[in-house]
Design a protein around this ligand. Structure first.
Ligand code: ADP
Ligand code: MG
Length: 474
């Protein structure tokens, strides 16, 4: 696997020429991001960072990741409807983690009041790395599943065209023709369209709930434009706008600026810094409404790392997906070792093991968005400090996945062109729609490959660490 493109990687002149073509192709294709300096204006934009060359992905693992996606959709949806499971699983976490506790409070409040929402839309992305076994065979291991604001489905719909051109420039037309088509933005839009139709009000809009700082707007625009092409009206609002102008009528229909909202698609709201008191109030208003929330708050909670860890306990998947042993087996095959740090013997034992051998593990708090996990010496230091305190229950431990690195060039504005040792993370987008108790759509909607230099333990594309890539299935 590591030897893919070896001839090209040695040829500096060819690489420089291809890189220039690649960057312009990315701009032409719309693989774009706003700049750090002007994150809320489009006068100046740049290309989103990406690899010069597509990265090898073993075909069996690629197929396995697609094959398990509908199972994960069912699982996330089942968890979101299981009040007792969420309550029990998050009990220890919400005692020490204020952010999860606040989400959980809204979840409970909405349930007590009675759900006004009857159509449910899930858009998630299950992320994997290829763990290299002792004999060198790679295995598909899930890193996490993102159940809110899973991004880059838009931009990644355009990277295969860029990489196809690069391969042609490098004299590899045959390889270029093997790159797979991929269009998550369309798949996501089809899910939103379905939910919008089932909501059943011709004049109602789809509201993208967006951040204050909108560098990644083009990724969202890809999905927006797919909806406009289907004659569905899209508006972009922030929590602040909802707080100021949002309201519910007697039937809990959601209105903003006099417009009825059928679907709320969150691209915001997954980390503590997204909220102040007003934003929490806006979130509560949205959750109480009958609008289709993508995701509703229960589904957001289903994506917490604590839930992920509890799923790996023997018997849990069987309880959540009764009568589906094949789905359970497919899901379980992707699990890495996950460990609870709840107070008690089990937690004491694994904490001691991680302190003794920190390089075997990753320590994860209940956070999303990259850059929050702890590794190596830092993991040891933090865990030593909190090992006897309930604070440790705000984290989980996970076995560290060790993929086989490969060489590539990471193209990033204002960065020198240099060959870099990299690892990749494959994400599969899942989309599903449920009406009442009935699943009416359940699909895998495309993929995302992100690649980063091995010296970065953590961090995604938005965090400035990983770059967009295209799988070259081998
Ligand atoms: P976040 O919600 O912040 O994205 P993740 O669980 O996806 O949290 O972790 C962030 C990054 O850390 C991943 O993209 C991956 O690069 C790295 N990472 C996470 N878990 C592991 C693991 N078990 N082994 C190796 N790397 C990991
Ligand atoms: Mg992640």
């Amino acid at each position: 696997m590591a030897a893919l493109w070896a001839d090209v990687l040695r040829d500096e002149a060819a690489v420089a020429e291809a890189a220039a073509v690649a960057v312009d192709a990315a701009l032409l294709q719309g693989v774009l991001m706003r700049t750090e300096g002007e994150p809320n204006a489009s006068h100046v934009v740049n290309y989103a960072p990406f690899t010069l060359l597509p990265s090898a992905v073993p075909s069996a693992l690629f197929e396995q990741a697609y094959a398990v996606q509908q199972d994960f959709n069912l699982l996330v949806d089942a968890i979101s409807q299981n009040k007792e499971f969420l309550e029990q699983t998050l009990a220890s976490t919400i005692k020490v983690d204020d952010f999860t506790a606040q989400l959980f409070r809204i979840h409970m409040q909405v349930l007590e009041e009675g759900l006004a929402q009857s159509v449910f839309l899930g858009i998630n992305r299950s992320d994997y790395m290829f763990d290299c076994g002792v004999d060198g065979t790679p295995a598909l291991k899930q890193i996490e599943i993102n159940t809110i604001a899973a991004s880059f489905g838009g931009l990644t719909s355009r990277t295969a065209a860029v990489h196809g051109l690069v391969l042609k420039v490098l004299g590899k037309s045959k390889e270029a023709s093997r790159l797979l088509p991929n269009n998550p933005s369309k798949g996501l839009a089809l899910g939103i369209e379905k939910a919008w139709k089932l909501y059943g009000s011709q004049n109602a809009v789809v509201m993208f709930l967006v951040e204050e700082v909108q560098r990644n707007i083009f990724d969202q625009r890809c999905v927006e434009n797919e909806l406009w092409n289907r004659n569905i009206r899209v508006i972009r609002k922030r929590f602040r706008d909802v707080f100021e102008k949002g309201s519910l009528d007697d039937a809990k229909r959601l209105y903003i600026d006099g417009q009825e909202v059928a679907v709320v698609y969150y691209r915001e709201g997954y980390m503590p810094s997204n909220y102040n008191e007003q934003n929490w109030e806006a979130r509560l208003l949205l959750e109480r409404s009958r609008a289709v929330k993508c995701p509703d708050i229960a589904t957001q909670l289903a994506g917490t790392k604590k839930v992920q860890q509890e799923l790996s306990r023997p018997g849990t998947l069987e309880r959540l997906l009764p009568g589906r042993p094949e789905a359970v087996a497919r899901i379980r095959a992707t699990f890495a070792g996950l460990y609870s740090l709840d107070m008690g013997k089990e937690g004491d034992k694994i904490a001691a093991a991680a302190i003794a051998d920190p390089d075997r593990f990753v320590l994860k708090p209940q956070r999303e968005g990259g850059g929050n996990n702890l590794y190596g010496e830092e993991l040891r230091e933090v865990l030593e400090k909190i090992r006897d305190s309930p604070e440790r229950t705000s984290y989980i431990l996970m076995d560290k996945i060790k993929p086989q690195p490969a060489m590539n060039y990471l193209l990033r504005a204002h960065s020198p062109l240099q060959v870099t040792k990299c690892i990749s993370e494959l994400g599969i987008f899942g989309v599903y729609v449920r009406q009442g108790k009935e699943m009416v759509m359940n699909k895998a909607a495309g993929h995302l490959l992100r690649t980063k230099a091995i010296e970065h333990a953590d961090g995604g594309v938005a965090a400035g660490v990983a770059v967009l890539d295209t799988p070259y299935v081998v």
